[in-house]
Design a protein around this ligand. Structure first.
Ligand code: MN
Length: 158
């Protein structure tokens, strides 16, 4: 006997597709220029982006809203991005957190992963790599989106 129900489910799963407009991102960054660039890039691709200028504001926002992804600067006034991420992950371990950092040195990846970061991207951001990471952690399908090649964002290191 043919399992019609299961066939039906197969068809349904094929038609499911996560698009950027379903995704809410929290960008934690104290540098207004960096903040603006990331917000512009993500909203241009359809994401909803909220912002926090330090760890304290980030934690407040996460307690009020459900985010699908957090982008975390490391050097922040007050609690730094590593400590903020430890606090967030202790309570909300399923929200992916990506470090946006100039600390792309040997050993740092381990330090970030130990703190609970899911991944990191180095500044200055390479737009295509950055968007690929966003795709990986949000499951957004870029199939119909033209990604820029070798385009850098001028992001300062603070
Ligand atoms: Mn900073």
């Amino acid at each position: 006997m043919k399992p019609e129900g299961i066939e039906g489910l197969k068809t349904l799963s094929l038609s499911l597709q996560i698009t950027a407009d379903m995704i809410k991102v929290l960008e934690v960054e104290d540098n207004p220029l960096n903040m603006e660039l990331v917000i512009e890039l993500l909203t241009m691709h359809g994401f909803t982006v909220h912002s926090a200028i330090d760890g304290e504001e980030a934690i407040k926002k996460i307690e009020k809203e459900v985010y699908d992804l957090i982008l975390m600067d490391i050097e922040l006034p007050g609690i730094d991005g590593v400590e903020v991420t430890k606090i967030i992950k202790a309570k909300y371990k399923n929200i992916p957190v990506i470090a946006l950092t100039s600390y792309a040195m040997k050993g740092d990846k381990e330090r970030f992963i130990n703190a609970g970061f899911d991944d990191y991207v180095s500044k200055p951001l390479v737009v295509s790599d950055f968007l690929k990471k966003i795709e990986k952690y949000t499951k957004v399908n870029w199939k119909n989106v033209q990604l820029p090649e070798n385009e850098f964002m001028t992001v300062t290191v603070s």
